[in-house]
Design a protein around this ligand. Structure first.
Ligand SMILES: *Cc1c(COP(=O)(O)O)cnc(C)c1O
Length: 395
């Protein structure tokens, strides 16, 4: 099988698995207990916290462990909103192509009287810092813009946005779930106040992540109970997962440059191959994109059918369009960059792993070319297009 859905989740690394199993066996004490096994568990947590903090330019006290990216997004946004409300500031700026963990949290706040400005994303899949700046008002309490998009892989001008927010005195959160472990991120240099991350997107375990919150930012609790995580998240800590997350991130950070270079070369090979398919388009900027992301739309086909047929050929990929119980809703990300419904339906996302080879790339290219041609051969939409009853949208 060729696994090309690493933006959805990744396989755990050997280091992460070994770390996890070791701590399951050895470090089972409750970190809040006073006996030796408990204290050892506490040490393991604090070592992981320091390790992670060091890798993103933070202080260990600024790292809070969560159940993953979604929880970190919720906590970051609700905290900033709570702080804003106290000062009578109830305006939040975000973008139309955020992850649902951000968008749905913003929807909830909208119902509570917050005003949400969702910025346009341009066709290149990039947010313009100057548009962030001009959207900031006296009553803006938060700007939240994702570091890299999970569908089209575009990397946002985070440092410029961070600089604007710091200058204007507005809190800045970034969902960096797709960025951490894959591209360099430094909260100090990027002037980030709040950042979300998830271990299973960089070969760590599922159900664990962290929230970075700059010193002085008071977080609201989503889970009440014991005093774990300095009173900001109750519940007995998942020691094996926390340690495994740190091990996975440490390994990714150590090999980041070489991994990125290798993936990028294969990525560009696949992009070049798929661009030979007529009436297709690459989604997102060619350069400012994650090293492992390939995202395309093919006119005249359904993304779901493409995925099922690729699966038959041993290729695990994903589509932007979420087809749930018969209602065909195209991806909000593809719509946000201006793809019309017909085009957005024919989408394909390949998110590569670090170990992808040229041979696998060629296998992917051949399989996608064959399958797109096959699907088009009996697509009524394609017939309308080729027989001139409908105009092509993509060149
Ligand atoms: C996967 C993902 C999340 C959610 O992370 P979980 O750990 O699965 O909750 C949030 N944001 C982005 C951009 C993601 O890709």
């Amino acid at each position: 099988m060729i696994y090309a859905d690493n933006a959805a989740t990744t396989k755990m690394s050997r280091a992460a698995i070994e770390t996890m199993v070791r701590h399951m066996n050895e470090t089972y004490g409750n970190p809040s207990s006073l006996y030796v096994t408990g204290q050892r568990a506490k040490e393991v947590i604090e070592e992981a916290r320091s390790e992670i903090a060091g890798l993103i330019g933070a202080d260990p006290k600024e790292i809070l462990f969560t159940s993953g990216g979604s929880e970190a997004d919720n906590q970051a946004i609700l905290s900033a909103a709570g702080l804003g409300e106290k000062e009578g500031k109830k305006h939040i700026i975000s973008t139309a192509f955020e992850h649902h963990a951000v968008l749905h949290t913003l929807k909830k706040l909208e119902k509570q009287g917050f005003e949400i400005t969702l910025l346009n994303v341009h066709e290149d899949g990039l947010v313009r810092p100057e548009e962030v700046e001009s959207a900031i008002r006296e009553d803006t309490c938060l700007v939240t813009v994702m570091y890299a998009n999970n569908e089209i892989g575009t990397i946002q001008p985070i440092r410029k946005i961070g600089e604007i927010c710091r200058r204007k005195g507005v809190l800045f959160h970034t969902d960096a779930v797709q960025a951490i472990g894959h591209i360099p991120v430094n909260v100090e240099e990027d002037q980030i106040d709040l950042l979300s991350s998830s271990a299973h997107k960089y070969h760590g375990p599922k159900g664990i992540g962290f929230l970075y919150a700059k010193k002085g930012i008071r977080l609201v609790n989503l889970i009440e109970g014991g005093a774990q995580e300095r009173g900001r998240r109750a519940g007995t800590e998942n020691v094996p997962a926390i340690a495994a997350m740190a091990a996975a991130l440490k390994e990714e950070a150590a090999h980041m440059e070489e991994n990125a270079a290798a993936m990028q070369a294969v990525r560009d090979r696949i992009i070049a191959g798929l661009e030979e398919i007529p009436h297709s388009v690459l989604n997102g900027d060619r350069e400012k994109r994650l090293p492992g992301n390939v995202s395309f739309c093919f006119e005249g086909i359904e993304g779901e059918s493409l995925l099922l047929l690729l699966d038959d050929r041993g290729i695990a990929a994903s589509s932007g369009s979420a087809c749930t119980s018969g209602s065909l809703d195209p991806s909000h990300v593809l719509l946000a960059i201006g793809r019309v419904h017909d085009v957005a339906h024919g989408s394909l996302r390949l998110s590569l792993g670090e170990d992808i080879t040229d041979r696998e790339a060629d296998e992917i290219i051949a399989a996608v070319k064959d399958t797109v041609a096959y699907l088009r051969s009996f697509s009524p939409v394609w017939r309308d297009l080729t027989e001139g009853r409908k105009e092509f949208i993509l060149p």
